[in-house]
Design a protein around this ligand. Structure first.
Ligand code: ARG
Length: 588
């Protein structure tokens, strides 16, 4: 029978304290336990921090006999229901309760996960359906490293939410609408009067874009035609719609290649999709008296902001903000999303702040933070080159994504060949490993930093096999797999018959860290911070190294138990890789 999910370690500890709090202060309605990992690891594993705040709440009340926070803490401890989870507790200072978990219980919990699968450790989140709006490049313009960051970070967030049983709509909000299309279409007509174009003809769309922009800026007559073309396109003229669709399709084919290589799934609903919903959306906002005239444009003034949010330009056209308002309306009302997450560079924070505020004033979103339905802007910093400036290559202004991925793979393959793998492995194995490690390195180098900070793109650093890199972590995982393989034991059989015992300190530390997986993923989801999971993964590999350096596995009397601990570590590492969008390798 499939085991049901009993919640993260923290949740399980909370439940025990919840019961004790009910007994200790029966007159207080629902006191939520405050549980955190111990600040001082010598004191215990977790601590309950309720005593102080509870004391200030109840002191002086009728019938209260406690004489301070410490007795409150003592009482909470004494009222704990019997549980095999806790080995011992102690009260420190003004009522902090330190909890030491039982080794047997930790071991049993890990063994249950091995039996029923890592999905039983999925966090439980208060949302059923979320939208992650990510990647979202602009048609005809090159997909640059900023879009790579959005793609990588967005995909990880989507994966973590999906693992937590949230239905995720992965949305590619591509910039496929707007005035640049007038110019592009007119240029297309000029170049290909018979209307027959294919990918090769246009070649690099970016070059095409640049050439048409040059024409636009240098020729007033062309410019006038281009502006007229926008009107024709937006008016639904068949010929213009077709040309627009053609340009989008060529762009799309280019993006799709990158997504495939990165293993990222996305559903395109570009800006054009929301265009028909803009008038009715703005009407709703007008009914709430949110829209005003200002210098010929229609705007929403936001308290505390000098510049208003423009929703209809002075020429009557719609813009980025009007599209985002319509998209938000659609996502809330048609798609019934409870949490809408937007992944872009921090430079767009103001835009998101403004239209989120507008939506709150319209009553579409609750005013209080953290209430659902809810919107979050996941901002990220710049990708820098070694010179500390915005990442560029010598030949081109923007770095092409595909070139980066190619180079990562080539370098990894060279490193593998140098280590003699070309002779040892099949050509396919070599290719696949180079790809997994190369792409994994690019992703991990991005994800391990707090997303808000800028990070420096450096192949030598990210491909180093020592330190906090994907290469190091993937190899650590492969090494664990090889320990298990070399033991010659059937791990599936051991899972059924063997017993996990956490005798040595290093074994217990590793075991406890494994058990904290769910709450780490939960934190990464709640705060939308993938680096939290990277830190956990790196620490896991360090804890494994400490264990392995003092505990002999194969050939020791504890072999069975230790192989199970190896297996559990490998399972959790693989789940981390999966959530980070990295393909694990099993051999090095
Ligand atoms: N296309 C935009 C850009 O490249 C990102 C779109 C983000 N999503 C949104 N709903 N505004 O900057």
């Amino acid at each position: 029978a499939p085991e049901e999910n009993i919640g993260s370690l923290k949740e399980q500890i909370s439940r025990v304290f919840e019961e004790s709090l009910r007994i200790t202060v029966p007159d207080e309605a629902e006191v939520a336990p405050i549980i955190a990992p111990c600040a001082r690891k010598e004191a215990g594993d977790y601590q309950c921090n309720n005593a102080m705040s509870l004391w200030s709440k109840i002191k002086g009340k009728e019938g209260v006999t406690f004489k301070g926070p410490q007795p409150v803490g003592k009482a909470i401890m004494e009222n704990l229901p019997p549980t095999d989870m806790i080995e011992s507790c102690s009260v420190a200072g003004p009522g902090f309760i330190n909890v030491i978990l039982s080794r047997q219980w930790i071991a049993q919990s890990i063994q249950r996960m091995l039996t029923y699968g890592i999905d039983t450790w999925a966090p439980r989140l208060p949302v059923k359906r979320a939208i992650v709006d990510f990647s979202s490049p602009n048609i005809a313009k090159e997909m640059h490293v900023g879009h790579l960051r959005s793609t990588i970070i967005g995909d990880t967030l989507a994966r973590m939410l999906e693992y937590s049983n949230v239905e995720v709509l992965r949305r590619n909000h591509v910039g496929d609408w707007g005035t640049q299309f007038g110019m592009l279409i007119e240029f297309l007509f000029e170049r290909f009067p018979d209307g027959k174009v294919n990918d090769q003809d246009i070649g690099e769309l970016e070059t095409f874009y640049k050439a048409s922009k040059q024409r636009f800026d240098g020729d007033a007559e062309f410019k006038a035609r281009a502006q007229q073309a926008v009107v024709s396109l937006q008016g639904g003229d068949e010929r213009y719609r077709k040309a627009w669709a053609q340009i989008c399709e060529i762009s799309r084919n280019g993006y799709e290649k990158v997504y495939q290589r990165l293993g990222v799934r996305l559903e395109e609903k570009g800006e054009s999709f929301y265009n028909p919903f803009i008038p009715q959306t703005l009407d709703l906002l007008r009914q709430k008296n949110l829209i005003e005239e200002s210098e010929g444009a229609q705007v929403i003034f936001i308290e505390g902001k000098k510049i208003p949010l423009i929703v209809v330009k002075s020429d009557g056209g719609f813009n980025y903000a009007s599209t985002d308002l319509a998209a938000l309306w659609y996502r809330l009302n048609e798609e019934k999303a409870e949490w809408i997450i937007y992944v872009t560079d921090v430079g767009q924070r103001e835009h998101f702040d403004m239209f989120f505020t507008a939506a709150k004033r319209a009553g579409w979103l609750p005013a209080e933070e953290g209430q659902y339905p809810r919107t979050s802007h996941v901002g990220f910093g710049l990708v820098l080159g070694d010179d500390g400036k915005r990442f560029r290559t010598r030949s081109t202004e923007v770095v092409k994504l595909v070139d980066l991925l190619d180079e990562a793979k080539i370098r990894c393959k060279a490193a593998l060949v140098e280590r003699g793998k070309a002779a040892e492995w099949t050509a396919e194995e070599l290719e696949q490993t180079a790809e997994a490690v190369g792409y994994g390195a690019v992703k991990y180098a991005d994800l391990k930093n707090n997303r808000l900070t800028n990070y420096t793109f450096n192949f030598d650093q990210m491909l180093n096999d020592k330190g906090n890199t994907a290469v190091y972590l993937l190899y650590a995982h492969a090494r664990i797999c090889s320990i298990i393989r070399k033991s010659g034991k059937d791990i599936e059989a051991l899972k059924k018959e063997g017993q996990l015992v956490l005798e040595k300190d290093e074994e217990r530390k590793l075991g406890l860290h494994l058990l904290q997986f769910a709450e780490v993923v939960e934190e990464a989801c709640t705060n939308l911070l993938p680096n939290v999971l990277c830190e956990y993964l790196y620490e896991l590999s360090e804890k494994f190294t400490s264990f392995y350096s003092v505990c002999q596995v194969v050939g020791s009397p504890e072999e069975t138990s230790r192989l199970l601990l190896c297996e559990a570590t490998a399972v959790v590492m693989r789940k981390c890789f999966h959530l980070l969008g990295i393909t694990p390798v099993y051999k090095i």
